[in-house]
Ligand binder design. Structure first.
Ligand SMILES: Cc1cc2nc3c(=O)[nH]c(=O)nc-3n(C[C@H](O)[C@H](O)[C@H](O)COP(=O)(O)O)c2cc1C
Length: 240
C-alpha cells in the first residue's frame, strides 16, 4: 500500500544532506532482502556501496548506492528494474531520497559480486531537497495515448505512465486489454539495456496498481508475443 501511494508523489533526489542512520540502514537492507523478482529463476544480489565505490557519467553525489548484480539471462535487465523500483518506492515512502543511476558503475572489488555482473544502481541518502511532489500534475510525462492503445484500465495504466525512466525517455508501450497488460520496450542501438530496465520499472508500477485494484496481478512471460514496430515484448501482468 505504501509503495503504491509513493508512485504518485515520488521524484528523483539529486542533492543529499548526509548518510542515513544505522537503524534505518538495517531496515533498508532488510527490505532489500524481501524484493519480489519479475523472473524468480534469475540469480541476483544487492550491495550497498558508498560514494567512493561508484564512478561514471551523470553520477549524483550521494552517501549510499544500492547496486544490483545479476546473472546474464533473458530478461535480466527488466528483472533488475522491477526489483530496484520496489526499493525506490520504499525509500520514497520513508522520506529517504533516491535517484536511479544509469551511467555510473562500481569500482574495484565491487565490479562483480559472487560471480554476478553489475546491472544498475540507485543512489540514496538523507535528502537535501524535496522527496515528494505535491500533485501528479508535477510529473513531466507523455499522455496515455502515446504509450498505449488500450481503451480503459486508466487507473492501472496511469501508474505506469508516471514511472521514472532513464533520461525520462518513457521508452515503453502497453498493449492488451481485458485481463492482461503486455509491456514492450523500445529497441535502441545506444540505450537498449536501459530501456529494458525502464520496462521493468513500468512493470513494477503496473503490478502494484493491479494489486491495489484487488487483482492477483500474476506476472508472466507469454511465449511468442508480438510487439509493436520498433518494440520488443518484455512480460505481462494478468489482471484476474
Ligand atoms: C534506468 C534509469 C537510469 C537513470 N540514470 C540517471 C543518471 O545516471 N543520473 C541522473 O541524475 N538521473 C538518472 N535517472 C533519473 C531520471 O532522469 C528520472 O527518473 C526522470 O527524469 C524522471 O524524473 P523523476 O524521477 O523525478 O520523476 C535515471 C532513471 C532511470 C529509470
Amino acid at each position: 500500500m505504501e509503495l503504491y501511494e509513493a508512485i504518485f508523489k515520488r521524484r528523483s533526489v539529486r542533492r543529499y544532506a548526509g548518510p542515513i542512520d544505522e537503524g534505518t540502514m538495517e531496515e533498508v537492507e532488510s527490505f532489500a532482502r524481501s524484493l519480489k523478482p519479475l523472473h524468480p529463476g534469475i540469480r541476483t544480489e544487492l550491495r550497498v556501496l558508498n560514494d567512493d565505490g561508484v564512478r561514471g557519467p551523470f553520477k549524483v553525489s550521494a552517501p549510499h548506492f544500492l547496486a544490483i548484480y545479476s546473472e546474464e539471462a533473458d530478461g535480466h535487465a527488466a528483472n533488475a528494474g522491477f526489483m530496484l523500483q520496489q526499493m525506490d518506492l520504499f525509500l520514497s515512502s520513508r522520506g529517504i531520497g533516491s535517484c536511479w543511476q544509469g551511467g555510473p558503475r562500481p569500482t574495484g572489488d565491487a565490479k562483480k559480486v559472487s560471480g554476478l555482473g553489475f546491472v544498475i544502481s540507485l543512489a540514496f541518502g538523507v535528502p537535501g531537497e524535496d522527496v515528494h511532489r505535491r500533485s501528479t500534475a508535477e510529473f513531466k510525462r507523455k499522455p496515455l495515448e502515446d504509450i498505449t492503445d488500450i481503451g480503459g484500465m486508466n487507473d492501472i495504466l496511469e501508474a505506469a505512465r508516471l514511472a521514472p525512466s532513464g533520461m525520462n525517455r518513457q521508452s515503453w508501450y502497453f498493449t492488451g486489454g481485458g485481463d492482461v497488460i503486455r509491456v514492450h520496450y523500445a529497441r535502441s542501438m545506444l540505450t537498449d539495456q536501459m530501456n529494458r530496465v525502464n520496462a521493468g520499472i513500468a512493470l513494477c508500477h503496473l503490478w502494484l496498481a493491479a494489486l491495489h485494484e484487488g487483482s492477483a496481478a500474476e506476472l508472466v512471460r507469454e511465449e511468442g508475443q508480438d510487439a509493436p514496430r520498433g518494440f520488443s515484448y518484455v512480460a505481462s501482468v494478468m489482471l484476474k
